[in-house]
Design a protein around this ligand. Sequence first.
Ligand SMILES: *Cc1c(COP(=O)(O)O)cnc(C)c1O
Length: 393
Amino acid sequence: MKALDPPPRLLLGPGPSMVSPRVLAAMSRPLVGHLDPFFLGLLDRVQQGLRDLFGTGNPLTLPISGTGSAGMETCFVNLVEDGDEVVVGVNGVFGTRMCEVASRLGARVVRVEAEWGSIVEPAAVAEALSKCNKPVLVAVVPAETSTGAWQPIEEIAAAARDAGALVLVDTVTSLGGCPVEVDAWGIDAAYSGTQKCLSCPPGLAPVTFGERAVEKIRTRSSKPKSWYLDVGLIGAYFGNERVYHHTAPVSMIYALSEALAIIEEEGLEARHARHELNHRALMAGLAELGLEPAAAEGHRLWMLNSVRIPDGLDEAAVRRALLGDHGIEIGPGLGPLAGKVWRIGLMGESSRAANVRRLLLALAAEMGRAGVGEARAGAAVEAAEKVHAAASG
Ligand SMILES: *Cc1c(COP(=O)(O)O)cnc(C)c1O
């Protein structure tokens, strides 16, 4: 083994995002035991920080050991039993993944499909619910990272509640980037991940369960099909009992604690506004390069910007050059959007005016080299700067 020496990168893909040196430093602090009073106090503060982020008072709010998908699996494995009817909004990779997870648990999955890049219409969800016998859960993805579509939640949540179903949302890309109001929107359970807008390395999945979800877990007729992700057992470690379940990933909790401190210092509103502003600046600049947004108008995420690739451009070659020659990572399209879009993440620490500028300059250079469009680097940077200037008055 050689000494570790990762190349410097500007991470502007679908995650991981840039991580503050403060968070990296937190991970290098000395370990304590997972039952050390210092660590238990830290866990309490992390749980409270997550409640503030989720907009909830839910006692059962904690970070699961694992990435965002472990959060997804935790929610389904605890809330779903064999034969349960589960309605899932599917307009991208993560809705599709939800269906896969739910069906492996023996759920009867009802898919409400929408075109990738569009939103799932609340009326379509309501119609699917009306055809169900006894729907147990409705699951949707407010921020579809695979397409850049921003899915409104409140109407779907209301329809689900009217039908007596629980509401589960995937806030992996939303949390810390745009408003998420678990209590106010009537959300019963939500999961997230640390490496997107929380700007922490991948490795933890914050989850929250409300009263109705906890009641469903309490009255299940069978044990959850995962021992590791059983929130009844994990909750006993995070709660007053402090019963050992599995060794908490101490250094990751340090990292999350510091990331939450940074978010608190900035303030959630200011953080959301920053994501919105840099999104507008990026889009203004990209338009000058002839790159059009791919997600439906009026439903475009601030944190994940998907743009159509111009005809005749070798998109993989441009991404390779961005990474190799400019040290910038952006994401490719997935599934039906493969080869058709780029996905540019401006998440957490990555959402900065200087990063928008650096990407515009690099893209203009590489598109110019490929001979596609006009290399309007100056115009692109100017358009982005105009957006920033207007915002600072
Ligand atoms: C990234 C992501 C996930 C999966 O998270 P991992 O950390 O890759 O397991 C789930 N849902 C959405 C919306 C995501 O963006």
